[in-house]
Design a protein around this ligand. Structure first.
Ligand SMILES: NC(=O)c1ccc[n+]([C@@H]2O[C@H](COP(=O)([O-])OP(=O)(O)OC[C@H]3O[C@@H](n4cnc5c(N)ncnc54)[C@H](O)[C@@H]3O)[C@@H](O)[C@H]2O)c1
Ligand SMILES: CCCCC[C@H](O)/C=C/C=C\C=C\C=C\[C@@H](O)[C@@H](O)CCCC(=O)O
Length: 264
């Protein structure tokens, strides 16, 4: 699928991985709507992108993914401004074991709210053009991080949500592909101030830091290249793409023959 003229929405676009997603989508020809709670960061990413050509293809809208109302308003503005939505990156996320309910609210509930609000514009059942939705999960959603049990749980959940929605979409005819992207450790602010973020699991901070020392961190641009693959390769549906300093690999999940129910 070519990105020329396509309309993409990225949550958590003001910094880190979301900023890199916005840049790669924009530079491949998409119109990109950047959603974030960080207004100054979001506006500066928008302005930097719009300086790259003269078509004003980047738009920042302030939006907290915890709010269904704000998400619906942002998608409505996107559709009215650019004439539809083809791509959604549910990327906004935090790591905070101390405020674990907020972590669930942003990392999991925010992804579900974003997806359902986007379906109103993207699903062929609602008059949309179809397209692709990618959830930013984490390798911690496949290989749990003991110091971050709630974070790990939210990331397993968004992988499961993408896989189930992929089957639902095929069965119901939404015309939307659903995938999850699972990075290892990435050079962003999410890895800063770990001591405060781990809460009662601060006792496990040392082995987590050793993980960082052992494996290092990857650049956001490497993760963005993986997003491009999931968005443009129309054969990818219900996939979880892992990426680390060792390279990239699609996750395989066990089939459970005696319990398997044929759904598609
Ligand atoms: N950095 C890593 O090592 C790593 C690894 C795997 C997965 N991830 C995931 O990647 C995603 C992006 O994280 P990052 O590393 O770029 O972090 P980051 O902190 O650099 O960026 C996160 C962005 O999300 C925004 N945000 C936070 N809460 C929000 C909300 N309620 N509504 C809208 N925007 C909000 C922030 O303002 C920020 O701009 C997250 O889902 C994270 O879990 C990160
Ligand atoms: C505090 C770092 C948070 C990073 C979150 C991010 O989403 C990336 C996670 C990437 C990799 C996770 C790997 C998990 C490995 C564990 O199963 C185990 O091997 C590590 C044991 C070390 C420990 O923390 O106890």
């Amino acid at each position: 699928m070519s990105l020329e003229g396509k309309v993409a929405v990225v949550t958590g676009a003001a910094a880190g991985i979301g900023k890199a997603f916005s840049e790669i989508l924009f530079r491949n020809g998409a119109k990109v709507v950047l959603l974030d709670v960080n207004e100054s960061g979001g506006k500066s990413v928008m302005e930097a992108l719009n300086k790259e050509d003269s078509q004003d293809r980047a738009l920042f809208l302030s939006c907290d993914v915890q709010s269904e109302e704000q998400l619906k308003a942002a998608f409505k503005t996107t559709a009215e401004t650019f004439g539809g939505i083809d791509i959604l990156c549910n990327n906004a996320g935090i790591l905070n074991e101390k405020d674990w309910e907020r972590t669930v609210g942003i990392n999991l509930v925010g992804v579900i709210k974003g997806t359902y609000a986007a379906l109103e514009h993207m699903s062929k059942l609602n008059g949309g053009r179809g397209g692709v939705i990618v959830n930013t999960a984490s390798i911690a959603g496949i290989k749990p991080l003991p110091s971050c049990p709630v974070y790990s749980a939210t990331k397993s959940a968004v992988i499961g949500f993408a896989r189930a929605m992929a089957i639902a979409s095929t069965m119901a005819g939404y015309g939307i592909r659903f995938n999850a992207l699972c990075p290892a450790l990435v050079e962003t602010e999410l890895l800063a101030s770990l001591t405060e973020k781990l809460g009662q699991f601060t006792v496990l901070e040392q082995p987590t830091r050793q993980l960082l020392d052992k494996h290092g961190v990857i650049k956001t641009s490497v993760v963005a290249e993986c997003l491009l693959e999931l968005v443009t390769d129309e054969t990818k549906n219900g996939e979880a793409l892992m990426v680390s300093s060792k390279g990239q690999m699609y996750a395989t999940f066990p089939s459970i023959p005696p319990l398997e129910v044929e759904l598609s």
